[in-house]
Write a protein that binds this ligand. Sequence first.
Ligand code: HEM
Length: 429
Amino acid sequence: MSETNRTPTVDFDHNSAEHSVDPVASYRQLRKDAPVAWTEAWGGYWVLSGHDAVFDAARDDDTFSSARHEEFGVTGQAITLPQKPMALHLPIELDPPESQKYRSIMNKLITPKQVRKILPMIDKYVDMFIDELIETGEADFASLTGVPAIVTIDWLGMPMQDWRRHAKFHRDVLAEPLDSEAYRKATQEEMPYLVAQIEEAIQAHRENPTDEAISFIVQQEIDGRPITDEEAFSMIELLISGGVGTTASLTGQALVWISEHPEAKQQLLENPDLMQTALEEFLRVFSPTQALSRTVMKDVEFHGVQLKRGDRALLSWSSANRDLEDTKDNPDEVDLARSPNRHLAFGVGSHRCAGSHLARPLARSIITKILERMPDYKVDTDKAIRYERQGVNTGYQTIPATFTPGERVYKDESLSDFERAQENRAQAA
Ligand code: HEM
């Protein structure tokens, strides 16, 4: 019996090098041994790996809280384990009914109709990114991480000239181990600059409203009073940090897999409509957000185990996605036409991803345009490098690819124009 009296116990750490070698096998073993189990890693937490346990926990905010709780020592980012020293994010770090006040703003901001308006902008940036690579015949597809960053920054109404810094920051926070120099630099040196940028953008949108997302947010009311700068910041920061790395991870993993499966690539080239179900399947098998955490709010029996008030719990979306009723016979197979496919890659319950209407067309545009413009691309899978740790976020930090060189779409414009604009402004000043 565990020293904390919680059973069953397992020897498991989702942030460990051992787990990162093969997270799929690691979770398969857990589901077999105990779909809800206690581990002593990181001060102790329950690992929920079975689909039903993850599904039930995510839909029970009264028992599984997403909020910070000083009384239990949860003072950093509550939904990651270990807690990261990040700014408060809204609505993801509140429970209903409080969270709904912010969530309803996001729901109005990111509707399929609103996203349709920015589809031409998305396609343009994807083409401009491919333009940067297409004449060379070889490239690191991980640079496409920049697409979600630049789209998000433009859509929000942030200054464009720093898009590369945003892209790099999110890549480092996601890909680098918590104890690495790159992670320290990103969170301690780069973050203050990017935070100041968001704060300045909030002021600029308050003074001169536009039809962009930040203007929309700063004009909202909470409980009948104007939203504060701090609340607006917490929402904007979440929109950037929640959407950039996740969408990049999905596209990177999908591009590697497609390269490894030429017959699937051919099917997608011949039948572009297949991308609709294929994208859901990529979400299911690759699960960019592998697992997020909660705090247990009461002593309760849950799926046959006894939880205690104040316990931490890890909900593994990725493990649940290989334990779905829809995939009973072949959970590890990638079936591009799978339907139904009720995966939990976007979570489930009151915090289900608020950005899925944007994530899908963004990922779809990147994958489709790569297939159209670089149909013979091939990833050197031996040299592709995964994130060092796969516990919370999974994906590739390097994806070396070769392809037959092609022509630019935009002959007179390039992504570097944004940085040049910045340099010109600096020189003028
Ligand atoms: C493939 C891409 C994406 C994946 C896999 C993903 C995954 C998730 C997951 C698993 C959650 C649930 C969190 C929880 O229950 O604790 C979530 C929430 C959220 N996501 Fe995404 N996400 C993606 C893209 C995006 C994008 C593009 C945006 C913004 C533009 C976004 C914004 C959010 C927000 C605001 C929440 C919090 C919702 C709330 O608390 O009510 N996500 N996402």
